[in-house]
Design a protein around this ligand. Structure first.
Ligand SMILES: [Fe+2]
Length: 266
């Protein structure tokens, strides 16, 4: 069994302070093997926000896989946005990440879908360079079939229906098709601020798209939350853990047999 905590969209600066004060003790009780943070760690990409994030993340002693979100690019620094969009992220957050996580049954690797500038009006939307992503997946193709491969991103490659935020990740569908040929079993994402699990079936494969909610005050119709993902040799279980009336409460659990998520089975 691998126990994964999936956080996203903490938005330090407008974080839910009560939830954040309680989340470390609660999450420790889930005995995580790895902590995954799917971006939007800060609200405006300010140095003070990154320092708060750094101090909170450093309290988790185990492995961590972290990827930035669109809010982690400085809003108010034109120079940084244009020429060094991930400078502060790299200075304060990247050194805390173990880059990738691999154990005997799960591998998790990050891919950055956020960009400093884009040739369109809405820079908050995600982008995938499919060839670049393929280089990432190729690097893990040596792993044996029993290892469930999970990709950690900020933007869902294909947005889920019935969530309060809609949009398109550039090349998202092409990226999903590529992942369908690359033996990827799941995608961990954030951005929409509500938890979801959707089965995608690109190229006759099956991929679980798993979205985490937010631990910020920028809630969109659902309470602040994070996900607990449990991977056993037989199945994958995802539980959204909501912050309700001053307590964390395990809510909806999705369960999926593991075998269809791997071309050659566990
Ligand atoms: Fe966000």
């Amino acid at each position: 069994m691998t126990s994964i905590l999936q956080f996203s969209d903490i938005h330090f600066g407008v974080e839910d302070r009560e939830a954040m004060a309680a989340v470390k003790d609660y999450s420790d009780s889930l005995a995580p093997d790895v902590v995954v943070i799917c971006g939007d760690i800060t609200q405006d990409g300010k140095t003070s926000e990154f320092k708060s994030a750094r101090d909170w993340i450093a309290r988790f002693s185990g492995p961590k896989v972290i990827t930035p979100g669109n809010h982690d690019i400085p809003v108010y620094g034109v120079f940084q946005r244009l020429f060094d969009p991930f400078g502060r992220y790299n200075k304060y957050i990247a050194p805390l990440s173990d880059g990738v996580y691999i154990d005997e049954s799960v591998a998790i690797f990050p891919y950055n879908t956020s960009r400093g500038i884009q040739a369109k009006l809405d820079w908050s939307l995600g982008v995938v360079d499919v060839a670049d992503l393929k280089r990432v997946t190729d690097a893990f193709s040596y792993l044996p079939p029993r290892v469930l491969k999970l990709l950690a991103v900020h933007h869902p490659l294909i947005y889920p229906p019935n969530t309060p935020l809609s949009g398109d990740t550039k090349n998202g569908h092409a990226a999903m098709d590529m992942l369908g040929t690359a033996d990827i079993g799941g995608i961990l994402s954030g951005h929409v601020h509500t938890p979801f699990v959707i089965e995608r079936t690109p190229k006759k494969s099956e991929i679980l798209s798993i979205g985490s909610g937010t631990l910020s005050t920028r809630i969109r119709g659902k309470p602040a939350s994070f996900n607990h993902v449990e991977v056993s040799k037989d199945d994958v279980k995802v539980t959204a853990i909501d912050w309700i009336n001053g307590h964390f409460v395990r809510q909806e659990t999705w369960r999926k047999d593991r075998a269809p998520l791997q071309k050659t089975g566990p």
